[in-house]
Write a protein that binds this ligand. Structure first.
Ligand code: AHG
Ligand code: MN
Ligand code: MN
Ligand code: MN
Length: 320
């Protein structure tokens, strides 16, 4: 049995990053326990507040955010944090080495139906000096680590520090994350896609054309039938992609002209792109590699197309 701590030590992850990752795992262990309590833990339902994204916050969005903020405030290695549920960057320890961006609770709409939810973290290096939002404006390529925790039938964690992607399962008897896959590999080919089809009429021609080809199945140019899945939590969909391959897309659409993209770069797209690339997959906006984007806002949104290498390449061909 190899725990998260054992694995980080054996892969020579530098001691401070090692420590930082144990703190992130600790946050997830506590959120996992709250999620398991469901209605009994008083975590279901909505609040009366809205976040900076204009979404009504669920109780668990706020509870998970507060829990992570509290844990990170007690970790001197954290210089500042950026969260989906915080309007602005929150400064922490001046001498901290890391900037943490996170989605405290991904898949909020699933909480009340007892379906998959998770947490996503991205770790960036901090520079010397006063912390500001500008310090976070680093491309995903700069990430020192990225992980998600999925609170499903089992609580699992996918983690990368740039040496491949590792998968862990939370052992409920010891509260330790135990290594279950030391080298996650996304199959290159797939016949499974994940996209919110209800937005089809709002997509650009590139995505219309690509999905049309998949829907034609065996009779079409792709010559095979595709199946579709949509969990409505990026953690769940990306976990399926890491587990058995697939393509996941949240493309640009014109449903709400003020919001051409849905997913957030700093705490959704970038960490997931890092995990997928480190598993041999691809992550693109359709026009550029997600991890190469120079951010200009902590809550910036982007189009996301990620997963099995060959399938993402097919999709990119439609984008010209
Ligand atoms: P969050 O719950 O953190 O706001 O994120 C929800 C995101 C993402 O997890 C998921 O892939 C997508 O929204 C679901 O979108 P639809 O509502 O279009 O299904
Ligand atoms: Mn999310
Ligand atoms: Mn969220
Ligand atoms: Mn949200």
């Amino acid at each position: 049995m190899e725990t998260l701590h054992d694995l980080l030590a054996s892969r020579n992850v530098e001691p401070e990053l090692h420590q930082m990752l144990l703190t992130l795992a600790d946050c997830a262990t506590e959120i996992s326990a709250l999620v398991r309590g469901g209605a009994l833990a008083g975590v279901l339902g909505a609040t009366e507040s809205e976040n900076v994204q204009g979404e009504t916050q669920k109780k668990l969005d706020v509870i998970a955010n507060d829990l992570i903020k509290r844990k990170l405030a007690a970790q001197p290695l954290v210089k500042a944090l950026a969260s989906e549920e915080e309007d602005h960057v929150v400064a922490s320890h001046d001498s901290g080495r890391f900037l943490i961006s996170f989605d405290p609770l991904d898949g909020s709409s699933n909480i009340d139906i007892n379906s998959l939810v998770g947490t996503i973290f991205s770790v960036l290096p901090a520079q010397q000096g006063v912390v500001s939002e500008a310090a976070f404006m680093q491309p995903g390529e700069n990430q020192l680590a990225a992980c998600y925790m999925l609170y499903g039938p089992a609580t699992v964690m996918a983690l990368t520090t740039g040496q491949g992607t590792w998968m862990f399962t939370l052992d409920p008897t010891s509260d330790e994350f135990v290594l279950v896959n030391p080298a996650v590999k996304v199959p290159q080919q797939t016949a499974e896609f994940a996209i919110n089809m209800s937005n089809q009429r709002f997509w650009q021609p590139a995505m219309q054309g690509y999905i049309e080809e998949l829907l034609q199945g065996k009779a079409g140019t792709r010559g095979k039938d595709f199946n579709m899945r949509w969990i409505a939590a990026m953690v769940g969909d990306v976990h399926r992609v890491l587990s058995r391959g697939g393509i996941f897309a949240y493309p640009t659409d014109t449903k709400d002209p003020a919001k051409p993209f849905k997913l957030r770069l700093m705490y959704e797209a970038n960490p997931m792109a890092f995990l997928v690339e480190q598993s041999g997959g691809l992550a693109s906006t359709g026009y550029e590699r997600i991890m190469a984007i120079q951010p200009d806002h902590i809550h910036q949104r982007v189009a996301v197309i990620l997963g099995s290498r060959r399938e993402v390449e097919h999709c990119l061909q439609h984008h010209g």
